[in-house]
Design a protein around this ligand. Sequence first.
Ligand SMILES: *Cc1c(COP(=O)(O)O)cnc(C)c1O
Length: 384
Amino acid sequence: MFRTSYIEINKSAYQKNLKFLKSQIGAKTRFSSVIKGNAYGHGLEVFAPMAQACGVDHFSVFSADEAQRIKPFLNKDTDLLIMGDVYGTGLEWSVENGVEFFVFDFGRLHDAITIAKKLKIPAKIHIELETGMNRTGFESAEYPGLAEILKYSAEHVQLSGICTHFAGAESLSNFLRVKKQIKIFKEAVSWFEGQGFIFRYKHACCSAAVMRFPEMHLDLVRVGIMQYGFWPSGEVFAEFAMNQDDPKDPLRRLINWRSHVMSIKDIEPGQYVGYGSSFIAHKGMRIAIVPVGYSQGFSRSLSNHGRVVVGNQRENVVGIVNMNSISVDISQSPEIKPGDEVVLIGRQGDAELSVASFSEFSDLMNYEILTRLPVLIPRIVVED
Ligand SMILES: *Cc1c(COP(=O)(O)O)cnc(C)c1O
């Protein structure tokens, strides 16, 4: 395959992360791998089969289109859960294919029951409760009405779960808000159980909550960012490290984004490099042109700011990021030649570029930078 850059996904790093996460979660709680956002940029169709080969048998996506993309790659007994958008023919497809989904309002509940009746297949639903996030979920005033519908539709719905989502468990400043959500959730679940309902899975935790609120692991956890080797925030890592005798980061990044030197140019002192006049060479310089630009996800805001690793050293991007290329200062490394590997995210020799140092972004932005990596860059699984 021809390519200007590619993304490696490291399987043994994933196995290490899984092992760590399972040690935190314990054997009684099921692990759901969250693969929305193109598996956080890792490539849905490449990442999920690899995770499945490592023993993962439950996946959560955002929407029906993601579910449809990944379903053909999953084993028969692997469960798939839609946490967000599903309607119309997507809902019908989901019921028909045994794909589970969140139900957070009466409209979707009604549609699910109608489709289940028509297809004579029970809809596998997870009742989502509003506990304080104020995004999606049934409000407490709606519980009695909901319970009534669930009772008389019992043959058309399978109660696969009851769940909620925390509003920012990765930040200590939200501690009281999340504690309140926990209380509301526990009381609501007791209320429904008191009505005689049995839910297969009670679940609430994302990555940060797995680390911070172990009492909420319940029957299933929905883990996204940490399985990919990133902490949800510096704070969650710091809290973990403070409780270790010999603090080390147990997580490994899976991703390595690699390209190569396309061409090399020597610049005379006083010359501008690239479009316009944003960069001037104050001395004689050697510049490597790398065939990755903003159309490949290397943000234009990294003009004169970004870094890459080449020749086992971190080097600066100089001038404006072009649509399909960047210019890198390699004046210190005269041995570099066209075809040499360039690392945009990840490791080369002893030099590493984390997603965060990819720019000046905060840790929380890991989510955004990862998911913006273009779908079209080829992803390849490597064993180590
Ligand atoms: C994205 C998401 C998760 C996973 O969050 P991470 O912080 O990546 O672990 C869990 N639950 C819901 C509802 C989500 O939308």
